[in-house]
Design a protein around this ligand. Structure first.
Ligand SMILES: CC(C)(COP(=O)(O)OP(=O)(O)OC[C@H]1O[C@@H](n2cnc3c(N)ncnc32)[C@H](O)[C@@H]1OP(=O)(O)O)[C@@H](O)C(=O)NCCC(=O)NCCS
Length: 205
């Protein structure tokens, strides 16, 4: 992010909603996405886990070569939200759902990360609307996700976005067993909020 944009983002009142462009990522985005994903992941969990365990996970999950593979995977849609530079990303994929997900044609919201300076500015709502379109395009009727049980902000966001809690699932951060909540929403039901006031439609994936 350039300095002028960063100043604006940090100084802007929390209620100010912003518009972003959202596009489907391609292999050429692997380097940018890898750096952005690693930074936002560490920013989210740095206070909760030992740094060496986090870095081991980040090195494996967000290596540029791994992101290039995921960007090229026809069963995964990677969405990149930009305001000049990357502001957020999401990955939606066909995968095996845990038994507690009993909705028809489940598609997973695998990753959903917004840069901290854009939290509370409507970027997450715009990205989620595109996630739902991408999940439907992958053949989904149900959208499900796993979220760490102590990630209170994310759980609050998903709940107000229409997700309901249907159970738990283990997540292993190296040798630490953590508990994720499993949340589900129907892609047939509309998003429970309108486009944030003052924002323009995003470009489509
Ligand atoms: C999760 C995330 C996408 C949500 O986007 P966002 O723009 O921050 O979401 P919003 O501000 O619209 O909504 C968050 C809600 O949580 C509330 N909230 C904030 N901190 C909270 C806390 N500690 N406990 C409970 N609720 C909290 C906010 O008040 C807001 O509710 P409101 O709109 O009713 O006031 C974003 O915060 C993010 O990217 N976080 C880091 C990455 C992450 O955790 N991703 C999810 C991985 S599964």
């Amino acid at each position: 992010m350039n300095d002028a944009l960063l100043d604006f983002a940090v100084d802007a009142p929390r209620h100010l909603q912003v518009a972003c462009t959202i596009e489907r990522g391609t292999r050429t985005d692997a380097g940018d996405l890898s750096a952005f994903a690693a930074r936002t992941y560490l920013d989210t969990y740095a206070h909760y886990a030992r740094p060496e365990k986090l870095h081991r996970h980040v090195d494996a999950a967000f290596a540029p070569v791994r992101q290039a593979e995921e960007l090229a995977d026809p069963h995964t849609a990677t969405l990149l939200a930009r305001r000049g530079c990357l502001a957020a990303f999401a990955q939606v994929r066909r995968s095996d759902a845990p038994p507690c997900v009993d909705g028809a044609f489940p598609v997973e919201l695998h990753r959903f990360y917004v840069d901290r300076c854009w939290h509370g500015r409507g970027v997450s709502q715009q990205l989620l609307a595109e996630v739902r379109r991408a999940a439907t395009a992958l053949g989904g009727a149900t959208l499900w996700l796993k979220v760490w049980e102590h990630n209170a902000r994310a759980i609050a966001f998903y709940r107000k976005s229409g997700f309901v809690d249907v159970g738990v699932s283990d997540f292993f951060l190296h040798d630490d067993r953590l508990t994720d909540r499993v949340l589900v929403t129907s892609l047939a039901s509309p998003l429970p909020f309108p486009r944030p006031a003052g924002t323009a439609p995003c470009s489509r994936s």
